[in-house]
Write a protein that binds this ligand. Structure first.
Ligand code: SF4
Length: 335
């Protein structure tokens, strides 16, 4: 896979103007850059390009933005593990990705130079999981775990399969959309483990990302018995439009992916130009509820800074003595 990994490569591909090169090299020195060929092919769509092309506004860090915006560090008992809720852990197996998203909440950590967990650190992380019977679900994230070879994923799954109390293994990835060719039969086979349910959460933010190749990659996973859910980050100029967001949710459902979370943009450094307001997000969610099938409804959530977990943030349909219909009309109801 040939990726476009520097501002100079992006200038050469005609994706950014040459006069921006010096400024964008300063951005790239701070935050990793990479687009896959599949995303370069979609770069004429501003809602795709804005997710991946560096922007000089990334150097503007506002006071409320922090390097660890959702408070992972406060819940990391051993390297690679985040244990925020009793019954599940995150396992950050690698900090590399196929693409680098300009809004990433782990942007201070991810990049091509970031290393995967060392064998000793992986041993310690798996021992932590094995020692805690309350851990029912392991969420493999990063970075993007699907950049790992099928051989490494198979080895990880074999070790998780040996832990009886782990029943569910969930992968979070952008790869089926941004590098669908990586979803090979060998990778799909590597994700299966006897006695465990493997789920795949696809992160995609614009309907154009669900190309025929991406949909076929997801079908390879789903047809092999791996259910899929979606994750979307609400982003200014990408999907903060009811028609675009609705088309994305429909594209997920058409691909047999259940819309799961719509994330409010995290307070990651240099991302304020991509964040919407919560009021915008709530009115977009109201529009989805009014217009689209119940299958197409994600939950709009905010990760509370400091590591306090996710809060559903509306909109609200219930008040003292009333309930609102999907169009916003209020109706008396005993509460
Ligand atoms: S693929 Fe995920 S972890 Fe990697 S840069 Fe994008 S949002 Fe961050």
């Amino acid at each position: 896979m040939t990726a476009f990994r520097s501002p100079a490569a992006l200038v050469a591909a005609g994706l950014i103007p040459p006069e921006s090169l010096a400024a964008l090299e300063r951005v790239a020195a701070q935050y990793a850059v990479a687009l896959t060929p599949a995303m370069v092919a979609l770069a004429a769509e501003p809602g795709v390009a804005r997710q991946f092309l560096p922007d000089v506004r990334e150097l503007d860090v506002s006071v409320e933005e922090t390097a660890d915006p959702i408070g992972d560090d406060a819940h990391s008992p051993v390297e690679g593990i985040v244990h925020r809720y009793p019954d599940r852990v995150l396992l950050k197996i690698t900090l590399t990705c196929a693409v680098y998203c300009r809004f990433c909440f782990r942007r201070e950590m991810v990049g091509p130079q970031a290393r995967s967990l060392s064998p000793a650190a992986l041993d310690a992380a798996l021992a932590y999981i094995a020692d805690r019977p309350e851990i029912w679900e392991v969420i493999i994230t990063g970075g993007d775990p699907f950049v790992l070879s099928p051989r490494r994923l198979r080895a990880l799954m074999d070790r998780l399969a040996a832990i009886d109390h782990v029943k569910v293994i969930r992968f979070h990835t952008r790869v089926p959309a941004v590098s669908p060719e990586l979803i090979t039969p060998a990778l799909v086979a590597a994700l299966q483990a006897p006695g465990k349910a493997t789920w795949v959460a696809l992160h995609a933010n614009h309907p154009e990302e669900l190309t025929p190749a991406a949909r076929a990659a997801c079908a390879r996973l789903i047809d092999a018995g791996l259910p899929m859910v979606s994750q979307t980050v609400l982003l200014r100029g990408v999907n903060d439009d009811p028609a675009v967001l609705g088309a994305l949710m429909r594209a997920f459902v058409e691909t047999r992916i259940k819309p799961y979370y719509l994330h409010h943009g995290d307070l990651a450094p240099g991302t304020s130009h991509l964040r919407t307001t919560l009021a915008d997000g709530r009115s977009l969610m109201a529009a989805l509820r009014g217009d689209l099938s119940g299958l197409c409804q994600p939950t709009y959530v905010l990760d509370i800074p400091g590591g306090h977990g996710k809060a559903p943030v509306g909109p609200n349909y219930l008040g003292e003595g009333w309930v609102a219909d999907p169009g916003g009309g209020r109706h008396a109801y005993p509460t």
